[in-house]
Design a protein around this ligand. Structure first.
Ligand code: FE
Length: 229
């Protein structure tokens, strides 16, 4: 990382000016001015690296982890294994961190996790009312809406209303549990396995599982006839 803060800002301005020029020439934008936040983060990063406080290689490794190694695909693998293997599911529900580590997902912010199971008459929804605690090893970083004040407050005050806004209408006979995550304990929803998936392989099952279903704001949709296989 050789970029100085001034150098970066100059380059950003030049790129932005070029983008405007390009837009005039071709009728569409090529480059947008980085947001204030992006510029601030970049400036801070440059400074920390320049002063030798942060090792750029360590920073690259961290970014690589969150871009490529940690994310909801990990959680989808855990869910698919639980659907396919009853003994794994039992281990997952009784000791989530250990069962999740069996699949190799052991990064930080997941030392204490609880997996809660959805069924025909039970639905679980996860929120962090205080901030944005989230099970990183299995879901990666939380989406913007999870961190938003309206979701954090309304998921508790009016969970059925929130679910309806996500497109999920729960029957009156379905018991709804809302779990408030903390830095000490984070939750992962084990969604209900949809019908029509009886003959699917674990890979095919994992492909069906969405992040939203593992937070509890959606169900895993049944596979389309003729699709997904
Ligand atoms: Fe939090």
């Amino acid at each position: 990382m050789n970029t100085t803060r001034r150098g970066f800002l100059t380059a950003a301005m030049a790129a932005a000016a070029h983008g405007q020029l390009g837009a005039q020439e071709s009728g569409h934008d090529h480059q947008e001015v980085p947001s204030d936040l992006t510029l601030r983060v970049k400036a801070l990063e440059s400074l920390l690296v320049e002063k030798g406080i942060v090792d750029p290689a360590a920073l690259d490794a961290l970014v690589d982890t969150f871009e490529h190694k940690v994310g909801p695909r990990n959680g989808a693998r855990v869910v698919a294994r639980a659907w396919a293997d009853p003994s794994y599911k039992k281990r997952l529900l009784s000791n989530a961190p250990e069962a999740i580590a069996e699949l190799g997902y052991t990064s930080g912010q997941g030392e204490h996790m609880l997996v809660v199971e959805n069924g025909p008459k039970t639905h679980n929804l996860v929120v962090c009312t205080l901030c944005s605690c989230y099970p990183w090893p299995v879901l990666g970083l939380p989406p913007v809406w999870y961190k938003s004040a309206p979701y954090r407050s309304r998921a508790v005050i009016d969970p059925r209303g929130v679910l309806a806004e996500f497109g999920l209408q729960l029957g009156e006979d379905v018991e709804l549990h809302v779990w408030d995550s903390t830095a000490e304990l984070r939750y992962l929803v084990l969604p209900e396995r949809p019908s029509g998936t009886e003959n699917m392989t674990e890979d095919q099952l994992a492909a069906l599982v969405t992040r939203d279903a593992m937070v509890g704001v959606a169900k895993v949709p049944a596979p389309r006839p003729g699709g997904n296989e």
